[in-house]
Design a protein around this ligand. Structure first.
Ligand code: FE2
Ligand code: FE2
Length: 292
């Protein structure tokens, strides 16, 4: 039986916690990542982070478009946050393009991986603005889970050039700041749906995104390792161990991941504002915000 339609809301949806979203137009010395294993000589870790970075420019452009395509439905604080979200993702995209340009394209299949990423994202774009937004909120959940880990476990970047570590930590901090923005836009854009309909779509999309995201990141990282001469089976096994064994980039966030499937899920149910308080001063945000 279908649940009765929820009454239409006339007010813009607000996140349950007041978290400011501040774009910081920072640049990093990504040229320090030049070379085959910038993550402290760890070839597998380097390949996983490079694979993630390769997905960001095109992926984040699609997140920006997903929010932009629904901006006409927004007002008040959420409209302002949507603008800040787009500004943050644009700068992230720029910095990851710079980082990705350090990869030796004659040695690694970067062009082919980027073409595959573009093709996949275009397939989602062709399904329309709501499909793009629902995929965006699922991927933003993955990003927020990883961001929490990157800000919590500084040892992950031990051995990385300091500015490259800072790039990932700055990105993680801003992903944490804006982790609810696309979600709140989705709630606003679907305010005429029943809660059951919204839940059904969220669950369905997350199941698909989980399979594809994990599979694709594993595949891209393994291809980078294969270019260094690693056996394909070994490469896949070692990447999967990095993601689900040690250090367990995806494994360690499973509780947060599972929360997505709760009917009352909201990104700020996992309240990690303490991480923002710790990291924001390191990137000058608080000082800038106060000076403004
Ligand atoms: Fe981002
Ligand atoms: Fe994001």
């Amino acid at each position: 039986m279908t649940a009765p339609a929820a009454p239409a809301m006339t007010m813009a949806f607000d996140s349950p916690l007041p978290v400011s979203v501040t774009p910081r137009n920072l640049r990093f010395a990504s040229q320090d990542a030049k070379g085959r294993a910038w993550l402290g000589g760890d070839a597998v870790g380097t390949a996983v982070f490079n694979a993630l970075s390769l997905t960001f420019p095109e992926g984040e452009r699609s997140f920006m478009d997903a929010v932009r395509l629904h901006k006409h439905l927004l007002s008040g604080r959420l409209l302002e946050e949507a603008g800040a979200f787009i500004a943050q993702e644009a700068i992230h995209s720029r910095e990851h393009v710079a980082l990705n340009s350090q990869l030796d394209r004659a040695h690694y299949p970067v062009d082919s991986i980027e073409a595959e990423i573009r093709r996949r994202i275009n397939t989602t774009r062709e399904r329309g603005p709501m499909a793009l937004l629902s995929v965006t909120i699922a991927l933003e959940h993955f990003t927020a889970m990883m961001a929490d880990l990157f800000l919590t476990d500084e040892a992950l970047f031990a051995g990385a050039p300091s500015d490259v570590a800072r790039l990932w930590q700055w990105h993680a901090m801003e992903e944490t700041e804006h982790k609810a923005v696309a979600f709140d836009v989705f709630v606003e854009a679907t305010k005429d749906w029943t809660p059951a309909e919204r839940q059904r779509v969220r669950v369905k999309v997350m199941r698909i995104v989980t399979v594809l995201f994990v599979r694709n990141i594993t595949h891209y990282a393994a291809r980078l390792l294969e270019a260094d001469g690693m056996n394909p089976w070994v490469a896949h096994a070692r990447v999967l161990w990095y993601l689900f064994g040690k250090p367990g980039l995806f494994r360690r966030a499973w509780r947060c991941y599972a929360d997505w499937y709760r009917p009352d899920f909201h990104p700020w149910n996992h309240d990690n504002r303490a991480l923002l308080e710790k990291w924001r001063p390191l990137f000058g945000a608080e000082a800038e915000a106060r000076a403004a």
